[in-house]
Design a protein around this ligand. Structure first.
Ligand SMILES: Cc1cc2nc3c(=O)[nH]c(=O)nc-3n(C[C@H](O)[C@H](O)[C@H](O)COP(=O)(O)OP(=O)(O)OC[C@H]3O[C@@H](n4cnc5c(N)ncnc54)[C@H](O)[C@@H]3O)c2cc1C
Length: 575
């Protein structure tokens, strides 16, 4: 068996994005004497959070209330969000953003010096705090720099976690982390582990998500028997650049941009797409569907990268675009050769966010003792069937912090850990990766399986879905699960072997995709982002529940979990 190095901490956080860094700081403050490992497969500032553009939501203005933010979120979720979670979230949101303001986040300002807010889809008032159109960059910097104040946060940058370590009593007590720089395996052992590994948009071919968003945390938890919840709900963002999928933020519409078809018509105003007077500021699921329908009706435009519609910002004027949306201007010029001051930007819906994830309770605890999850990888049930834009950065803060405090308490209740079984598992994992590295004997190409996976997901689980195409997608993906075990790799080196990392990520993507397709097939209704053509209506009688997808060697097993209702009664979702 391979030799491994052993590291001990009180708690371990996997992921250095918004949720992971916020969790690490909260844990360091909750107990300055505890040692916290922060493990990330990329340097923290490269986490996907850095690319967030539009802003983060929290009640700030006199014309806004927590009740309104709560209702908007519940309605946006198509009544699938858990209402006790939503109530806690809206209460904590202003406190968290104010805290970041005090830590130095340079929010944009109103004339009178107060924090500026902008409109976002599905929100009844201007509630989104922003920093021009680079909120993620500023938020991640603020969190990262704040985290440097704490000596008890020990970072493991560029370490890829490939397995959770499970003690003899069945609880999670550590991670096997592959040091990408040296190729060595480390057993990082602690009393509790939190997954903050982000989403998995890369299972789809056309996405705003960075290369690193491969659903690793979801797959790690799933393989240890923790259910993935509400995986069928995948958010398409209405405005991605054709070709690359680069995001053009919703802030463009928040600042007054129009969506137009080939005749220059504002179709969200001219036709009934359910968004009412909200028009361009309707929720993302509805606007994405409207764009697809416009294109299918022959009112789209065609370009080298397929059909699209226009996002017209010209009437905002150069000064406003430069002040509020400078990054959008740069992206337009650089990636499609269009200056939005002079011409409309071509856009089409693009996979953006996963509402589903690792099932947790409101404390971010999973069913596996010692394992927590927060941020996009988790499903604490804030977003239900459709997330409102700008709620997710705030979610990372609110639940990263809550989960870390809870986990700190939990860790205090755990006595001495018996390392033996954990070390054995890490050694077995080191062997597995050693055998994978430069594995010549396999018969399958990594790029080919990834391409097939992407194709299956796009054709079966896109904006519009059908029973037969979802079934075909599930079959295709299940078949890939066998094939991914037989990869042929070419690079035997240990130092920065990115091929072996890509192979581990691909296996994670296949597991996540299979859970997603199985969950989607099981929901025979249309709700939020899950639009099933064979069942075009929402069916509260039979489907007002969370889908729980559990791993089994013979394929995903689907179960249910009650939605926590409360203050807001389910009603038809109209704007
Ligand atoms: C282009 C874009 C723009 C967006 N704009 C907004 C916005 O304006 N407002 C908003 O609210 N939301 C926005 N979102 C969504 C939001 O940014 C994300 O949901 C959120 O940032 C996710 O944060 P996270 O901490 O959960 O994960 P991430 O920021 O994705 O971080 C994941 C971390 O996990 C680590 N990791 C992953 N796998 C492993 C592994 N196997 N081993 C070790 N480490 C691992 C990574 O290294 C990384 O540090 C946007 C998303 C995108 C893609």
């Amino acid at each position: 068996m391979s030799a491994i190095d052993l590291y001990r901490h009180d708690i371990i956080i996997v992921g250095g994005g918004g949720a992971g860094l916020r969790a690490a700081i909260a844990a360091a403050e909750a107990d300055p004497s505890q040692s916290i490992a922060l493990v990330s497969k990329v340097y923290p500032m490269r986490s996907h959070t850095v690319s967030a553009e539009g802003g983060a939501a929290a009640v700030a203005r006199a014309d806004d209330t927590l009740e309104m933010h709560g209702y908007d979120t519940v309605k946006g979720s198509d009544f699938l969000g858990d209402q006790h979670v939503i109530e806690y979230f809206v209460e904590e949101a202003p406190k968290e953003l104010t805290l970041l303001e005090h830590w130095g986040l340079p929010f944009s300002r109103n004339e009178d010096g107060t924090v500026a807010t902008r409109a976002f889809g599905g929100m009844t008032t201007k509630r989104t705090w922003y920093a021009a159109d680079k909120i993620g960059f500023h938020m991640l910097h603020t969190l990262f720099q704040t985290s440097l104040k704490y000596d008890n946060i020990v970072r493991y940058d560029e370490h890829f976690v490939s397995k959770l370590l499970i003690a003899n009593d069945g609880s999670c007590r550590g991670v096997a982390a592959h040091d990408i720089r040296t190729g060595e395996m480390k057993a990082i052992i602690g009393k509790a582990v939190m997954l903050t590994t982000g989403g998995g948009g890369k299972i789809f071919p056309f996405t705003t998500n960075g290369m690193i968003k491969t659903g690793d945390g979801m797959a790690l938890a799933y393989r240890e028997g923790v259910p993935l919840k509400d995986m069928e709900f995948v958010q398409y963002h209405p405005t991605g650049l054709p070709g690359t999928g680069i995001l053009i933020t919703e802030a463009t519409r928040g600042e007054g941009g129009y969506l137009t078809n080939k005749d220059g018509e504002r179709f969200l105003v001219e036709r009934d797409y359910g968004v009412g007077s909200k028009a361009e500021l309707g929720p993302r699921d509805m606007i994405s569907r409207a764009i697809v329908q416009e294109i299918e009706a022959g009112r789209g435009l065609s370009g080298p990268y397929g059909d699209y519609v226009n996002l017209d910002l010209r009437h905002l004027g150069e000064a406003k675009i430069d002040e509020r949306l400078p990054f959008v201007r740069l992206l337009g010029r650089t990636y499609v050769g269009v200056d939005p001051v002079k011409d409309p930007l071509p856009i089409r819906p693009v996979v953006h966010y996963m509402m589903g994830g690792v099932d947790t309770d409101i404390d971010c605890a999973t069913q596996l003792s010692g394992l927590y999850a927060a941020g996009e990888t988790a499903c604490v049930s804030l977003n239900g069937a459709n997330r409102l834009g700008s709620n997710s950065l705030t979610e990372c803060l609110v639940f990263g912090a809550r989960g870390a405090r809870h986990m700190t308490q939990y860790a205090k209740s755990i006595g001495q850990i018996d390392d033996k079984a954990l070390v054995e598992q890490a050694k077995a994992e080191a062997d597995r990766i050693d055998q994978l590295r430069g594995r010549q004997k396999g018969g399958e190409k990594l790029s080919e399986i990834r391409r097939k996976l992407n194709e299956a997901m796009e054709s079966g689980c896109g904006v519009y879905r059908q029973q037969d195409t979802m079934k075909a997608c599930l079959q295709d993906v299940s078949q890939l699960r066998g094939r991914v075990a037989d990869l042929q790799l070419t690079d035997p080196s240990r130092v920065f072997n990115t091929e072996v990392i890509a192979a581990l990520e691909l296996a994670n993507m296949v597991d996540v995709a299979e859970a997603l397709a199985a969950s989607a097939l099981s929901r025979k209704e249309s709700r939020g982002a899950h639009t099933c053509k064979d069942y075009p209506h929402r069916d509260d009688q039979n489907y007002l529940y969370h889908t729980m997808c559990t791993f089994s060697p013979s394929g995903p097993v689907i179960g249910k979990k009650d939605v926590t209702l409360g203050h807001w009664e389910p009603e038809e979702r109209k704007y």
